[in-house]
Structures are given as C-alpha cells and as structure tokens.
Design a protein around this ligand. Structure first.
Ligand code: AMP
Ligand code: GLY
Length: 465
C-alpha cells in the first residue's frame, strides 16, 4: 500500500498544497520500507512544522501524527486533537496506532515527565521518546538546578546565587556586590517572561521582593541572581544519545525583541539566521571542549537519562563562550533555519539517539545560509486579535518554505491566524543576502490584518562579515 501523503483531507487547506518551488518539501518515499516507523510529534508551533517537514523527507517515516499541530502541519501528516500534556490520552493513542516514537517539541511535557511516564507505563512496547527524563528536563525547568549542574561540571557561566523568601536579605546584599545591570531569573518555567534585566539597584531590590512574593507564582519562589554578561548570543543545538554520543546541529542566532535594532518587549523570537558568522571553527572548538562534552559527560556522571536535543543558549564574551541557559528542546524560530541546513536523515538520527546509540550516523551541515522571518499578529507580544483570514500563501511559497505557527483552519476550511507568531518564512541562499531576499519576498506576499515583521533580521551579522 502506498503511503498516503495527506491522511485526512478535511484537515487540509488547498493553499497548503506544495507548489513548484525550489524549497518545497521532498515528496515522501512511496516505496514501502520494512524499517519505516510511525511517529507522533507533540507541539503546534513553527518549530514543530519545521521538524515535521524535515521528518517527511526521511524514507524511514511511515505515518506522522502531530498533536495538536496547526493550520499547516496537515501537509506533513495528520493532526490529532490531543494536548501534549495529556499523557494518558497520548498513551491510548500510541497503543491504538502502534506508534514507535514520540518526538517532544516543547518543554512543558518534558518538564512534566513524559519520558518517565512512558518508561514506567509503556510496557513492553513502550515507544521511544525523543527528549530527556524529568531529571534532565530540570536543566530548563529549574535555573537553580542548571546553575548547580554547570558549577559541578566546570561549565563556564555567569557567577550567581539563588535566593528564597527566607534569604531575601542576603539577596539584597548580593545585589550590592554586583555592578549594574542586574539579572534576576525566576527559577521555574515562566513562559519566557521570567528573566528581568534591571539598570538600577533600587529596581532590582523591588523586583527581587516582588518575584519572591509570587510575581510568577511558584516559578519565582526561588530567584537566581547573576552577573550580567556583555556579548553576542547564539544558539547551539546538540542531539545526544545519553551514552556519550552526540551530534552538533547547525548554529543559529535568533532575534528576541519585537522592535528593530533589538528594542522593545521580548517575544518568542522574530526571526533567525544560520550559520552565525562569529561562531567560527575556533569558537566552536571551545564550545565543544568546554560546554558540549562536559554537559554530555556530566549528565552521564549524574545518572541523568537524556536522549534528545540539548539547546545551549550561549553568549560570546570577548572570544570565550559562556552558557546563558539550557533548554531541553529545539529553539523556535531557530529550528525553522536549522532544519533547512541539516544534511542527514532526521528520523533515523532521532530514533538512534532515543535508543541510546547514535553509532556512526551522519549529521552534516549544508554550507548555504538559511534565514527565517516571522510574521506576527499586530499587538504581539501583548494582546492581539485572532481569526484573521490569511491570503497570499501560494505566491509566498514561490520564494520560501512556510512554516506555520499560530494558524488554524476555521469552520469553512479557511486559513486564519490563531496565535501571536503566525508563520515563519524560511529560505536558503548561497549567501545571507540571497536567503534574506527570499524570506522577505515571501513575508511581503502573505497578508492578514495587522501583520507585523521585523525588517532587520540578520543585519547585525552582516556588519560582522
Ligand atoms: P533566558 O530566559 O535565560 O534565556 O534569558 C533571556 C535573555 O536574557 C537571554 O537570551 C539574554 O539575552 C538575557 N540574559 C540572561 N542572562 C543574562 C546574563 N547573565 N547576562 C546578560 N544577559 C542575560
Ligand atoms: N528562540 C529561543 C527559544 O526557543 O527559547
């Protein structure tokens, strides 16, 4: 039986039909291979769209289900209406469909222990889970844990101390020992809002009191205060098998602020570029020797099961890499450029990592540039309207790959906006200008009421070239 490309036509919008484009997803392999596996991908953002797109190119992929997916993921597989946090519903679905591998896109299910759930409850036919155990996910779920881990394994990071309501007075004293700006971080997950950078000691004291007083609920019951690091940031992604084996993915830089020139409020990310000019060979060797190897080995030494992606949020201070944060998943929108530059079979690589042995599998990097520009809803990252009809996607596809993020299909099957970050326009080029021109041509053709995007993605990197 031939593999059906679109499993559920009703979840499919005509504009999502791949058009002739230099970037269109490869057609799936119609030959029935005995080693194909059915996969469930959890998440609904641009990151999951990009992972699904890359998996769809693998001859090892059988059926792909995306829970819950978005208005565009129906192009790569079948959307299923299950919450990534509903482990029991996921478990029933996995058994019913005989799914072999679960790929966890976002951090919440990992921090909530989805890996452990399936190891404990999955029985003999437990699916592979790409992602860390709950203990490993604490690298993102608790900043204090991550800091202790780095200290224990000699991994370079900002000097810090952690405080609770009982030790607030010591917190004030610690602030006095630091120079401004002051960096305060809620220990737990706070939807990307838990880091505050403050210019005055007064503000820092006030915020410390508010955070410990419950500003971010339980997440800020412990607050990490750390030294401010001045430098330029990049995101390094590592796929590890938990047994010392790892592969480094293409390096990317994202653009977090809403406004051009990196101004205004923090967002989930407004665009990304890969490669990153300052992450050269020499820098990456330092990253590997001082950060990647000690992290992978440190997890082993601490008996922390970790088979999945590690996201190193790095900052280059002078010529030296330091860790700003760990995340236990891929980045968004970094994934929307990284997937374009991975040369290798992602399904095969993830299966090997989740099985505990990457062996000699290849993960190469396409030498070209990849860029992505995110179109967002007017008002984001504050409140914004939803349900705006989207047009121009067919035209935009002539230039770029469109990774849907906050989109959905309305009752009439029309594509509408349903989130702050709506769609990522990703493109490859022989140089950064070519890639950017294609991403911008695409974002210019997509239309919906209130559309906004940053016009300066990649410009800072161009100045360094
Ligand atoms: P995080 O949620 O830990 O990634 O922090 C959000 C952002 O705050 C980072 O991407 C950095 O831009 C900034 N940041 C965090 N920690 C520091 C630090 N120690 N020094 C300077 N900037 C920081
Ligand atoms: N782009 C940053 C993140 O995914 O956390």
């Amino acid at each position: 039986m031939a593999l059906q490309y679109n499993l559920n036509p009703s979840q499919h919008f005509v504009s999502n039909e791949p058009k002739e484009s230099p970037f269109k997803a490869l057609e799936p392999d119609f030959e029935v291979r005995p080693d194909r596996i059915d996969v469930l991908l959890l998440g609904s953002g641009g990151r999951e769209s990009a992972i699904a797109w890359k998996m769809r190119q693998s001859p090892r992929l059988g059926h792909l289900y995306i829970a819950p997916g978005n208005g565009g993921t129906g192009e790569y597989g079948e959307n299923v209406a299950i919450s990534p946090l509903d482990f029991e519903a996921i478990s029933r679905f996995v058994k019913d469909k005989e799914i072999k591998m679960i790929v966890v896109g976002n951090e919440d299910p990992l921090v909530a222990g989805i890996y452990d759930y399936f190891m404990e409850n999955g029985g003999e036919n437990a699916p592979l889970v790409v992602g860390p155990s709950k203990a490993g996910a604490a690298l993102e779920g608790s900043k204090d844990f991550a800091k202790q881990f780095m200290e224990r394994h000699g991994i370079p990071t900002a000097r810090y101390r952690s405080f609770t309501p009982e030790t607030i007075e010591e917190g004030y004293k610690f602030l006095e020992q630091l120079n401004p700006p002051y960096v305060l971080k809620a220990d737990g997950l706070a939807a990307g809002k838990g880091v505050l950078i403050l210019n005055s000691l007064d503000e820092a004291r006030k915020e410390l009191a508010e955070m410990l007083g419950g500003k971010f609920g339980k997440s800020s019951a412990t607050v990490v205060i750390e030294e401010f690091l001045d430098g330029i940031e990049c995101s390094v992604f590592v796929l590890t098998d938990g047994n010392g084996g790892y592969r480094i993915l293409p390096v990317a830089k994202d653009y977090k602020r809403i406004g051009e020139g990196d101004t205004g409020l923090n967002t989930g990310g407004m665009g990304a570029v890969s490669p990153v000019v300052f992450a050269d060979k020499e820098f990456m060797q330092k990253v590997i020797d001082r950060i990647v190897v000690p992290t992978v080995e440190g997890l082993k030494k601490d008996n922390i099961v970790y088979r999945g992606f590690i996201f190193l949020g790095l900052i280059k201070v002078g010529d030296e890499p330091m860790v700003i944060e760990y995340n236990v998943r891929m980045g968004d929108p970094e994934t929307e450029v990284v997937m374009l530059r991975i040369v290798g079979d992602l399904v095969d690589l993830m299966e090997a990592a989740a099985s505990g042995d990457l062996g000699d599998r290849c993960l190469d990097h396409d030498p070209r540039y990849a860029t992505t520009v995110m179109a967002v809803s007017g008002g984001y990252p504050g409140s914004y309207p939803k349900g705006k009809v989207m047009t121009g996607l067919d035209e935009a596809r002539e230039n770029a790959i469109l990774f849907h993020a906050g989109t959905s299909l309305d009752a009439d099957g029309k594509l509408v906006t349903s989130g702050g970050r709506v769609i990522a326009c990703s493109a490859l080029g022989d140089n950064i200008d070519e890639a950017l021109a294609a991403s911008y041509a695409a974002v210019g053709k997509i239309d919906f009421d209130g559309k906004y995007f940053r016009r300066d993605i990649g410009q800072d990197l161009k100045k360094l070239m």
